[in-house]
Write a protein that binds this ligand. Structure first.
Ligand SMILES: [Zn+2]
Length: 264
């Protein structure tokens, strides 16, 4: 099992990071991809990358944290500042909170796309209430069909999933797919689970997005990579596979996207 997206360098987790990585290993997590979301997170990111062999990193300017435009040159330099940074992101668009002007978000997103293409690294995309612009940016940035990446913590519509599939993008399932249906979310949860059920199996990943979004039955707790098996089990159920089959598939998918197929 591989946690394809979490933030173990964030304040909620970093003080106990050795225990968290050990609990993950005991739960069968062989690798962890942890994401740094802005320059102020870099030293914490380096710290966990240097400390643990099985932890890899991604770096980008999160759309809700960006206060100004970053240049491609600067971004490229930051991404290449550590040999275990293997992906660009998370980046993308978030019109839900709308704390950052959309114009800045759009510029930064296109810069991340450009740098990912240039460095031939996968792109990790966050999108919330911004599906139309997200699709347009990804299509515009995929000029030579070279762009590859993942819509992380996927919570979008079937339409967004169709666009992702056309681009050959992966969808990553978070704890949200385990959330119980109730009167308020019945249709949303059903649609989301249907989208995962019908998405190509070879383009699926699993993640915790910890410290956020702990899966059922851990809801309300601080999430951590050791809770990944609950999300994997739900995805297996949706895809009508055994947990072991789904584990092998999503692990191989991770290597295909982030390690060019090599199981290292
Ligand atoms: Zn995240």
């Amino acid at each position: 099992m591989i946690d394809s997206h979490c933030h173990i360098g964030f304040d909620e987790l970093k003080d106990n990071v050795a225990d968290i990585v050990e609990r993950a290993s005991k739960a069968g997590i062989e690798k962890i991809l942890t994401v740094g979301c802005g320059e102020e997170h870099l030293s914490d990111l380096y710290h966990v990358l240097d400390k643990f062999d099985n932890v890899y990193g991604a770096f980008g300017i999160h759309p809700t944290e960006a206060q100004e435009v970053i240049s491609a040159q600067k971004l490229s330099q930051l991404i290449q500042s550590h040999p275990k940074i293997i992906a660009v992101g998370e980046t993308g668009l978030d019109y839900y909170y709308n704390e950052t002007p959309q114009e800045i978000q759009l510029k930064n997103f296109m810069t991340h796309i450009e740098v990912a293409s240039e460095l031939n690294l996968p792109l990790i995309v966050h999108t919330r209430d911004a599906e139309k612009d997200t699709i347009e940016c990804l299509r515009a940035g995929n000029r030579n069909d070279k762009l590859k990446g993942v819509l992380h913590c996927f919570t979008g519509s079937q339409k967004l999933a169709n666009a992702a599939q056309e681009l050959g993008f992966y969808l990553s399932a978070s704890g949200i797919i385990t959330f119980k249906k109730n009167l308020n979310n019945e249709k949303y949860q059903t649609d989301l689970q249907d989208t995962f059920a019908s998405y190509p199996t070879e383009l699926l990943l699993v993640e915790t997005d910890s410290p956020y979004l702990a899966p059922v039955p851990m809801r309300g707790k601080t999430n951590e990579p050791a809770y990944l098996p609950y999300t994997l089990a739900k995805l297996a159920e949706l895809k009508v596979k055994t947990v072991d089959e789904m584990d092998a598939i999503t692990t191989q998918n991770f290597y295909n996207l982030f390690f060019k197929g090599q199981n290292q």
